[in-house]
Design a protein around this ligand. Structure first.
Ligand SMILES: O[C@H]1[C@H](O)[C@@H](O)[C@H](O)[C@@H](O)[C@H]1O
Length: 677
């Protein structure tokens, strides 16, 4: 007869030995094993599971299971050493380590995350700078487009190349290289005499952004202790949104300096870039990368420095063992991307990593950020300066809610955080879409049809909604506080979309000041719904879907595939960033604004299904252990049995014999089956 019985191995007594024995390879138990097993009366599994969760430390349990797996490999080759003793001792050491995390790890995270800050600053600052630049350099719409998207395009290319550079030169050199490129880019931008040099500067910072975006999360993940890894990598995302926020404040401050204000806006990025460059000279290389390159002595020194001089022997052993295992498995060389594709678990990890990055961008974050100024204009903000400051409030919201993500990531885990965030993001997008729908249904009519408009396409539109969706037209109107009147659809000024080509909304002398010009939007009384949708969107997106794709990607690949995996997924992020921002206006033209936001809602629903089905929980695991989460078939990754939340040990009792067997099953948690016959 087989009887299920739960052993509360991670009980309040913290019985590490039981856990160790549970994960051992099939071998008869020693007296020690029996002595350490807690033979309690039959208790419902669920109850013990809850007790175990409540009464024990997640880090120590999960860390122990991964440690035991690697120690098991080691002890098998070492021969006679007692696994139980080893594990208990190493568990104690790891618990010590947990109790006192050296501050140096925070210093490392800070200097690395300056790369995230520069990513955020350089992508965010350009919108404010453009307001001044387009006037001072007389930029056409094409040049404005070029100056904005060239950076993102260059980031896509350099993120893809960053994988090779990371593997070849190491994380530290790549971070130094990116801060050097940021510095050069900042200098070029602040001294640019014309738009061509500006373009060169924007491409240069884009190259820096791409390398930083894929290297920094990898470096932070590799130097962090497992229980803090999620939080520290998420700090990089906090720095990204922080960079975007500071950029909008700098934009606001320098917008009063109409001559050369943009030089300060673009040039200020030199300060954090130089700080990072100087700081990183004194910081250590990732011990994991050093070990991979066979520089074991340096790796041990680096690890010991990072852990503040604590005893790092166990951690070092664990990393070394798994790298050796990986190398054996890797079977020599070949192009890393081909090896990833032909190796099941890593291929699945790459699929999940790239999918997450793709859905991050498909959920429309950069459209919402970019469009926030227009949304605010719809709400009645007409003044340029006021719009700049309110856009700063938008990025502040993004920043503050990313902070919530940093707090939540080690409390609820990556998977729940991402799922919750996607759910809220989808609902907020629906609110946004409904707001736009109501605005469209109540769109003000065109009441005047000036004779000059006869030859333009603008004359055919009867409502503002259709007029504003045509990029060559804008809506010129008067407003008495409650109603819109004297409205017309007029061609836009080719040189600047801030004015009509002619008539009372053009900036020609004599033009009537009381007329208002709406380009890309319509006056509406439903703007509050759109504004509500915008705030809700950022509040839900920022803690989960913003940071988690970066955090998860930094953890899910084995060392040999980490650089390439992160390069590919960061490349996917940047490519979809360009695609979504470049297509938004066209999509809106075909589907209207509410259609576009309903489309994003649909994409978020797909993202939700993707995460639900494929994203495993990586919280608290040793990096070397995470590959095991992808060994099963892909669609079971989201299964809770693979998510590492099961920490219950089982005994199967047979009735006929007294001989006992036990062995490890499942690579993700220490579940033992003890068969008593
Ligand atoms: O994670 C970041 C962050 O959420 C930013 O706000 C966004 O602009 C980036 O595209 C994204 O990758």
């Amino acid at each position: 007869m087989m009887l299920g019985l739960c052993l509360d191995a991670s009980s309040s007594t913290g019985n590490l030995s039981t856990k160790a024995s549970c994960s051992a390879a099939p071998r008869p138990p020693t007296w020690r094993t029996w002595a350490s097993i807690d033979f309690r009366p039959l208790v419902p599994c669920e109850k013990l599971q809850t007790q175990a969760r409540l009464s024990s430390d997640r880090y120590s349990r999960e860390h122990m299971s991964s440690l035991v797996v690697s120690r098991r490999q080691k002890s098998e080759s070492d021969g006679e050493r007692s696994l139980i003793e080893d594990s208990a001792t190493s568990g104690d050491r790891l618990l010590d380590q947990h109790a006192s995390t050296p501050g140096f790890v925070y210093v490392l995270a800070f200097f690395s995350a300056l790369g995230g800050f520069l990513f955020g600053y350089d992508t965010g600052v350009v919108s404010g700078a453009m307001l001044l630049l387009k006037k001072e350099m007389n930029l056409s719409a094409l040049w404005q487009e070029l100056l904005i998207s060239s950076t993102v395009g260059a980031a896509a290319v350099s993120a893809l190349c960053g994988g090779f550079l990371n593997g070849w030169l190491g994380r530290k050199v790549c971070i130094l290289m990116s801060s050097f490129i940021f510095t050069i880019g900042g200098i070029i931008l602040s001294f640019a005499p014309d738009k061509v040099v500006l373009l060169v500067g924007r491409i240069t910072v884009g190259l820096g952004i791409g390398i930083a975006s894929m290297t920094v999360p990898v470096y932070i993940a590799e130097v962090s202790p497992p229980h803090l890894r999620g939080q520290l990598v998420t700090i990089n995302s906090l720095f990204i949104t922080g960079g975007q926020f500071i950029a909008s404040v700098v934009d606001g401050a320098f917008s009063y300096l109409s001559h050369d204000g943009w030089r300060y806006m673009l040039g200020l990025s030199i300060v954090p870039a130089v700080l990072q460059f100087v700081g990183f000279f004194f910081l250590p290389e990732s011990p994991r990368w050093l070990l991979q390159k066979g520089r074991s002595q340096e790796a041990l020194q680096a690890l010991s420095k990072i852990r503040g001089g604590q005893n790092v022997e166990e951690e070092y052993d664990t990393i070394r063992t798994s790298i050796e295992e990986e190398e054996k498995e890797a079977n020599g060389g070949g192009l890393v991307i081909l090896r990833i594709i032909s190796h099941g678990p890593t291929r699945r990890a790459l699929f999940v990593g790239c999918g997450l990055q793709m859905f991050q961008q498909l959920s429309g974050i950069n459209t919402v950020m970019y469009y926030s100024a227009t949304i605010l204009q719809m709400g009645g903000v007409r003044d340029d300066k006021q719009a700049i400051w309110l856009a700063a409030a938008t990025s502040a919201t993004n920043f503050v809610f990313t902070l919530l993500g940093v707090w939540l990531v080690e409390r609820v885990g990556r998977r729940k955080l991402t799922l919750g965030s996607l759910l809220g993001t989808g609902l907020s997008l629906t609110v946004l879409a409904v707001g736009f729908l109501l605005s469209a249904q109540n769109s003000p009519p065109v009441t005047l049809h000036p004779a000059e408009a006869q030859n333009s396409t603008c004359r055919k539109y009867g409502f503002c909604e259709f007029c504003m969706l045509d990029p060559s037209c804008g809506f010129c109107y008067r407003d008495n506080g409650t109603d819109v009147y004297n409205s017309s659809c007029i061609p836009v000024n080719q040189a600047s979309t801030d004015h009509a080509a002619w008539g009372s909304c053009s900036n020609q002398t004599g033009a009537n000041d009381s007329s208002l010009w709406a380009y890309n939007y319509c006056p509406t009384s439903y703007s509050w719904i759109v504004l509500l949708g915008l705030i809700l969107y950022l509040a839900f997106f920022a803690p989960g879907m913003g940071p988690m794709p970066w955090t998860v990607n930094s953890e899910i690949y084995p060392l040999w595939a980490r650089s390439t995996g992160n390069a590919c997924s960061a490349g996917v992020n940047w490519i979809f960033n360009v695609l979504v921002s470049l297509t938004f206006l066209h999509v809106a033209q075909f589907l209207t604004y509410y259609g576009a936001f309903f489309l994003y809602t649909g994409l978020v629903v797909l993202g939700l299904l993707f995460v639900q089905g494929f994203l495993p929980e990586t919280q608290g695991r040793q990096l070397e252990d995470i590959e095991n989460l992808f060994t099963g078939p892909l669609c079971s990754c989201g299964d809770s049995s693979h998510s590492g939340s099961r920490q219950v040990q089982y005994i199967r009792q047979g009735s006929e014999s007294s001989s006992a067997q036990y062995g490890a099953v499942g690579s993700d948690s220490a579940i033992a089956y003890i068969t008593l016959r």
